[in-house]
Design a protein around this ligand. Structure first.
Ligand code: CA
Length: 232
């Protein structure tokens, strides 16, 4: 099995070294930094399998780093585990607004962190790109370029298809209009945010009913494929 790489972003040397030492002992390859900006370039350049991200960092803090990681197509799929002090912004992290896969509250045991890492890596072990995506009554078959709702074929435009595919691939996670523009249209331009809304409206009308309700509007942010409906 391929060695998995963990990027540790933590400015407190003792904590970072403790994590790095133990993760290496567990067989992980480890990248470390105490600086948010450097974390972004390491993430983009080295493509770690998971990022441990402390919230309290000098300069660009963990929330800012997380936002940037989400914004960049090259890093948006890397799962992030937030390290946080008690009471620190936990609601926002857990609300997935920032796309964090999980969080660990300080002081933590190294064992707990390693368990979380393994669990996140298991979840993110992406199925082959060609496997059909299911969510509630919706099946999207990338290989056949076909969408069915409760078994009945639905005729989507290429844009609607890619929009639905992106939402299903990130099920349970909020996708901002900007991310959707980047992923589906290949560019991001502020004036085009309404384009996303228009296409989501058409997509909902075509899939209808329960499937339409599965595409949730997240006020002020974007859209999310609800994952509480038997998505797989
Ligand atoms: Ca810190």
């Amino acid at each position: 099995m391929k060695t998995q790489t963990v990027l540790i972003v933590e400015d407190e040397n003792d904590i970072r070294e403790l994590l790095a030492f133990n993760l290496r002992r567990e067989g992980f390859s480890v990248l470390e930094t105490g600086d948010g900006r450097e974390a972004l370039s390491l993430a983009a350049g080295k493509k770690p399998d998971v990022i441990l991200l402390d919230i309290m960092l000098p300069g660009l803090d963990g929330l800012g780093v997380s936002r940037e990681l989400q914004r960049e197509p090259g890093t948006s799929a890397i799962p992030v585990i937030m390290l946080t002090a008690k009471g620190e912004e936990v609601d926002r992290i857990v609300g997935l607004e920032l796309g964090a896969a999980d969080y660990v509250v300080k002081p933590f045991s190294v064992r707990e962190v390693i368990l979380r890492i393994r669990s996140v890596l298991r979840r993110s072990a992406a199925p082959p790109e060609t496997l059909p995506l299911h969510c509630g009554p919706v099946t999207l078959d990338v290989a056949e370029h076909a969408v069915r709702v409760a078994g009945a074929p639905v005729d989507l435009t290429i844009t609607e298809f890619r929009l639905l595919e992106d939402l299903l691939r990130h099920k349970g996670k909020v996708r901002s209009r900007e991310q959707l523009l980047n992923a589906v249209w290949g560019y991001s331009f502020e004036g085009y945010a309404r384009t996303v809304d228009t296409h989501v409206r058409r997509l909902r009308a075509k899939v209808g009913g329960e499937a339409a309700e599965g595409i949730e509007t997240v006020r002020g942010v974007g859209y999310r494929a609800r994952d509480d409906r038997g998505c797989a």
